[in-house]
Design a protein around this ligand. Structure first.
Ligand code: FE2
Length: 153
């Protein structure tokens, strides 16, 4: 199992952005599956201009992100009524690690251009909790993908 994770991290670190990946419209985020095993999954996320995720947890998975193109901002929150703790700014190859003990987070592309990030989740992140800021309530949602990378390249 450690070998499996080491292999996944190697893929995560050495991945380069292929030509032909789809773009995304303003406010739209695409999740493109690169590879998934029982233990981990590697996903590309394509962020249209001005795209923001809800605050969310990672359902006991560990998450690594590496920015491949553009810029993203991360906001880290804590507490069931989430309070903003800190903000991190990422440009090319900037990377983050988060798991539930570190808090919740959200990512946002505040720019007018598309950004692309690579995410490694161990275990695969199939459902997670999202915070509805209008209702001030958490809800569980299943994470969908917008296709597999080999359909596009
Ligand atoms: Fe996340």
């Amino acid at each position: 199992m450690m070998d499996d994770l080491a292999q996944a991290l190697k893929k995560f670190r050495s991945f380069t952005l292929p030509a032909g990946i789809p773009s995304a419209e303003a406010g739209e985020r695409k999740r493109i599956l690169v590879e998934r095993t029982g233990e981990w999954e590697l996903l590309l996320m394509i962020w249209g201009p001005r795209t923001i995720t809800p605050i969310h947890d990672h359902n006991d998975s560990r998450c690594w992100m590496r920015l491949l193109a553009g810029k993203l901002k991360e906001e880290i929150y804590s507490g069931e009524s989430p309070q903003l703790l800190t903000e991190n700014h990422f440009t090319d190859n900037g990377s983050l690690f988060i798991e539930d003990e570190r808090g919740f987070h959200r990512l946002r592309n505040d720019n007018e251009s598309v950004s692309v990030s690579l995410h490694l989740y161990t275990k695969p992140l199939i459902t997670s909790r999202f915070f509805d800021e209008e209702k001030k309530a958490w809800f569980i949602s299943t994470l969908k993908t917008d296709g597999a990378l080999n359909e596009f390249i």
